[in-house]
Every structure is written in structure tokens, then in C-alpha cells.
Ligand binder design. Sequence first.
Ligand SMILES: [Zn+2]
Length: 73
Amino acid sequence: MPKEYKADYRVNILKENITGIEVTCCGHHLGEMRFQNNEGLICPVCGTHHTVTLQYNHFHIRQNQSVKGEDKI
Ligand SMILES: [Zn+2]
């Protein structure tokens, strides 16, 4: 991943189905989120909470700064 990007989302597709989303943040590969509603990963460096939200004909990938006590997923 080029260093100028703070975060990167690699969406994996197998036979036209999304299988997962690999998240990189602050230069660290955090892992892969399953393509299910409210899946999430938290960056240990900056605390950003990356989540996937599925809706009926689209999905969102969001970043939220973690709030103390609310950062468990
Ligand atoms: Zn980060």
C-alpha cells in the first residue's frame, strides 16, 4: 500500500460475491472483516473503528474514532 494513504480497504470478491474486506490503517494490516452487517476492526495505533454496514442494495465502509468504553466489537 502506498504510504500516502492512511487507510486502505481491499474488497475480496469470489465468483461475483464479496467474501471479505481487508483493512489496513496506519501502515498496519488489521485483518479481514467478514462481509456481514456491523463487522468491524479497531486500529491499535489510532483507535479508529472501521465498520461495514450492509443495507438492502448497497453497503457502507465507515471510520469512527473510538469512544472510550464503546470500542468493543
Ligand atoms: Zn490507524
